[in-house]
Design a protein around this ligand. Sequence first.
Ligand SMILES: [Zn+2]
Length: 346
Amino acid sequence: MQALVLERKQQLALREIDLDEPLAAGDVRIAIDTVGICGSDVHYYQHGRIGPFVVDAPMVLGHEAAGVVVEVGSAVRHLQAGDRVTMEPGIPDPASRASRLGIYNLDPAVRFWATPPVHGVLRPTVVHPAAFTFRIPDNVGFDEAAMVEPLAVGMHAANKARIQPGDVAVVIGAGPIGMVTALAALAGGCSAIVIADPVQPKLELAASLGPVTTVNPAREDLATVTAGLTEGWGADIVFECSGSPAAAAGVLEPLAPGGRVVLIGMPGEPVAFDVVAAQVKEARIETVFRYAHVYPRALALMASGRIDVKPLITDTFAFGESVRAFDYACAMPPNSVKVQIDLGAG
Ligand SMILES: [Zn+2]
């Protein structure tokens, strides 16, 4: 089949690749309609690796996908051919200790699309376990459904924060993950978000998402603005979504006493952590790695209108333009958030 293949670092090709995929009893075969380009896809394209994961053989990219079921395995009951679906890209070993504990995202054996050596889904069809395949509500488009994957990260972060109704949250970073974290935090009960990013067009888009105050750290101090909105108390929650080592080191400054920090962005180097500054606020520090158990909730929030991801889908390319789409995503204009590729199955 035709697929977008990362041959090696900085070399992409839309070409034929032989992917033999038998359909097991618990699987479905899906015709792919829409795939979002993730920062990780771009990182593999540019650098050929992320941490310990190295691209040392040709690999199909893409993991943020939605499509249409075209074939179901003999044991599948909740899906049928013609169903519009979105898929969780990480498949754990269901018998693993992590899976049995409900933390299947932390299973060391998890196989995740477009993480070496597992092929991604920028291709016409894929076979996937039905248990990790979710029907899309009728009023949710394929483009929105392909946003469930990044939104799931924000949903998981909102869960980890244990939001209480009326909480004020700071979100550091207004990239795609910062945006979806703000949406999930508002849907989860936050009354206000303060979002910080040095790129002004991103702040302008973020301000349109709800009760969001924007901070450009080039001109304003995040802790000062947050204090001004909270009678000097600080934010109940700080979500670090930038991955900037300096930002990660500064998460305690806008935080209220008794507050929670959720670390989502992944700094490329170790970050010095001020233990005493955390202790005097009794800060609770949480981390996230991908997500678990949030796809149905994300889809339900989209269907209900409580979360609208459409403003974040800024650019769409045809499958035949996939290489151009990736080059565009490598040099994203400041007013772009999410680039998607339309394979046209739906
Ligand atoms: Zn992603």
